[in-house]
Design a protein around this ligand. Structure first.
Ligand code: HPA
Length: 268
């Protein structure tokens, strides 16, 4: 754990209190509004030395610490993507801070393209595994033997079961599937989508996988949910763009809110 993470955790605790956080949430493109529902303290990333300047429109670069549905959470309103800096470990410091604040769980959310006709725009897909199609890894350069992180059940089976129950209780359809990480920032070609479909992917996106690898490295249990904002390239006539992603994210976001809030309420 870096010195900076300890200093930042202390800085955050001085503002938000010392009570341990139990769950961290990373909010993806167009999903930032959940941070506003938290009863707590909001800190701009700009005040957190070494935090990414989350520069992607549709993300809100602030950390909110407080209560959501009776659970103490840390909500990361913005994430750093590999494609912004060329650093696959861009979220390492925020996740180290999360661990330092006491959390044992990370739930990541993202916007993704669907490779499955039965999972159209507006659907939710919980990740049950991933394919690291980028070939990158946030632990390259890590010197300790802890870098050899096992990735079986990286998406924690118990949390997945709890999220499925929460979705069922809220009458929300929560698909399950494999997410392929594509580096971005350009979208995939139709040929790449056909290729990853053959490899077993159900959805594709530009985030989350490095965060889940880092979470497991840091000893956090992880889960992740995609909101489907489009059919992947070549699968429909829909034009794919970042504006489209931001416009479509709210459709799934309303359902995602319900599932996450129910999950937290059931935890508490
Ligand atoms: N590809 C990659 N990332 C995405 C997509 C997509 O189709 N949609 C939203 N994020």
């Amino acid at each position: 754990m870096s010195r900076n993470a300890e200093d930042l955790a202390r800085f955050i605790q001085d503002r938000a209190g010392r009570e341990p956080v139990s769950c961290g949430l990373i909010l993806g493109s167009g999903l930032g509004h959940l941070a506003e529902a938290v009863d707590g303290v909001s800190i701009d990333y700009a005040q957190l030395n070494g935090f990414p300047h989350a520069g992607v429109s549709g993300h809100s670069p602030k950390l909110v610490i407080g209560e959501l549905e009776g659970v103490r959470v840390a909500v990361f309103g913005g994430r750093a993507h590999y494609y912004e800096s060329g650093r696959a470990d861009a979220m390492r410091l925020p996740l180290e801070v999360l661990r330092r604040l006491g959390a044992n769980t990370l739930i990541a959310t993202n916007a993704a393209g669907s490779l499955r006709p039965d999972m159209p725009t507006g659907s939710l897909m919980m990740l049950n595994d991933h394919i690291n199609f980028s070939g990158l890894n946030p632990l390259i350069g890590e010197a300790s033997d802890a870098r050899f992180v096992p990735m079986k059940d990286a998406y924690d089976p118990a949390i997945r079961t709890a999220l499925l129950s929460a979705a069922q209780a809220e009458a929300v359809t929560l698909h399950e599937g494999v997410y392929a990480w594509y580096s971005g920032p350009s979208f995939e070609t139709p040929a790449e989508i056909r290729a990853i479909r053959m490899l077993g992917a159900d959805a594709v996106g530009m985030s989350t996988v490095p965060e889940v690898i880092l979470a497991r490295f840091l000893g956090l249990n992880a889960a992740a949910i995609s909101t489907i904002t489009n059919m992947a390239a070549g699968m429909s006539d829909e034009a794919i763009s970042h504006d489209h992603t931001k416009a479509m994210a709210p459709i799934g976001a309303a359902k995602l809110d319900k599932v996450l809030r129910r999950y937290l309420r059931d935890l508490g």
